[in-house]
Design a protein around this ligand. Structure first.
Ligand SMILES: Cc1ncc(COP(=O)(O)O)c(C=O)c1O
Length: 411
């Protein structure tokens, strides 16, 4: 029966459904389940002591500022610190190019708010980040997709997709969520060149770029774009909007992230953010600034890389040992996820139901494909569980897949 509220919901809410998979994933929150489902950092790497000390210092030295309303753009010293941090990765910008947001998820939503009219096409990788699809559904986005392979978005298919006139391109070049795959340097250049030729801007979402466990850092798309521009400009005025976050390198609970964009885009985002939440928590910004000062963030990122790098290796080795022939998976050079493809006749949502009975969970891949497909794919997180739990969980999952493929278990 409809409640009196339901016929009052705005039309845009009709596209906001919560998926069947979300309901299944609620079951994975039982304490005895080994879950490879979430995208969460490992709680044991959270810098709890540093946060405690920083909170104390902020309240002692700047208490009334920390508890007051602040500027929508964000705390200037933190923005300047991010400018210095990103300059080391070759991204030359000024604070005018920078807006602090309440997580990158808010940045995605604000971009939807300022860029997407109902029916606008957004060009995305297939599969892509589910949170972006959810954020933009409310604005009436339609999607044009470009397939992925082990080198990221297949740029050979990009030109055709660009001919359909997308509003912007959404790309996750480093250790993509969900596949863990990295866009090669040649393809980054090709992407920029084609985007420029067709006059289509790029939104580059990069929460994981600093979490690399092997291989060389690749220049971000915004960095490569900046190189094309006038080298005397310090303010970035190019074709790319770049997002990154403190969630995976510090703590997601503080909800703190940043957008780099040309100043006119930042100004429009500021207006949109004023309507959403006035500004990101002043207290959290001041604390994050204190925590990350004096080289702590670099030391902390190194620690995270060591912990997650080991977990990735343990997971890859366990999959080699426990998964049946016919299952394939990616070899991520960083990030939090890998992506497995089961034989065609298996449906990963069905596999999940059996896996949950065996107390292990992952995310079925189909929802990451905006135009359908991917029924036999799965996203597997390796950052959250301990190495022992990873071995045990992958062995359970291997047994489930063996049973469902009808293969006999390798001894
Ligand atoms: C690709 C991508 N973008 C954005 C986000 C949201 O990050 P935040 O915690 O900063 O909102 C995530 C989180 O997992 C992500 O994987």
């Amino acid at each position: 029966m409809q409640t009196p509220w339901e016929h009052r919901f705005a039309q845009r809410t009709q596209r906001m459904g919560s998926s069947a998979i979300r309901e299944l994933l609620k079951l994975t929150e039982q304490p005895d389940i080994i879950s490879f489902a979430g995208g969460m950092p490992a709680p044991e790497v959270f810098p709890v002591d540093e946060f405690r000390e920083a909170c104390d210092r902020v309240l002692r030295e700047q208490g009334s500022k920390a508890l007051q309303y602040g500027a929508t753009e964000g705390h200037l010293p933190l923005r300047e610190q991010i400018v210095r941090h990103t300059a080391r990765y070759g991204i030359e910008v000024t604070p005018e190019n920078l807006l602090l947001t309440s997580g990158s998820q808010q940045a995605l939503d604000l971009l939807g708010k300022i860029l997407i009219n109902p029916g606008d096409r957004i060009l995305v990788e297939s599969p892509t980040y589910l949170g972006a699809l959810q954020a933009w559904a409310a604005y009436g986005a339609e999607y044009v997709t470009v397939p992925m392979d082990e080198h990221g978005m297949v740029t050979e298919a990009l030109e055709n997709a660009l001919r359909s006139g997308p509003k912007f391109i959404y790309v996750l070049p480093n250790f993509q969520n969900p596949t863990g795959v990295t866009l090669s340097l040649e393809r980054r250049q090709k992407l920029l060149e084609l985007a420029d030729r067709y006059g289509v801007p790029i939104v580059e979402d990069d929460p994981y770029g600093q979490l690399r466990y092997e291989g060389e850092h690749l220049p971000s798309v915004v960095h490569l774009d900046g190189q094309y521009r006038d080298s005397c400009e310090t303010c970035y005025r190019g074709n790319v909007i770049y997002l990154s976050t403190f969630s995976k390198i510090m703590a997601p609970g503080i909800r703190l992230a940043w957008v780099i964009a040309p100043p006119e885009v930042i100004r429009k985002l500021v207006q949109a953010k004023q309507g959403a939440d006035l500004h990101t928590s002043t207290f959290n910004q001041l604390v994050a600034y204190e925590v990350s000062r004096g080289g702590f963030l670099d030391r902390h990122i190194k620690k995270i890389r060591d912990v997650y790098g080991e977990r990735r290796d343990v997971m890859l080795a366990a999959m080699d040992g426990y998964f049946p022939p016919g299952v394939e998976w990616t070899h991520p050079e960083g990030g939090l996820f890998l992506w497995a493809t089961l034989p065609e006749n298996l449906n990963s949502a069905e596999v999940l139901k059996v896996a949950i009975q065996q107390k292990v969970a992952f995310v079925p891949g189909a929802p990451f494909f905006p135009q359908g497909g991917g029924h036999n794919t799965m996203r597997i997180n390796f950052s959250m569980a301990s190495p022992e739990k990873i071995r045990e969980g992958i062995s359970r999952l291997g047994r489930v897949i063996y049973e469902m493929t009808g293969e006999s278990i390798a001894i």
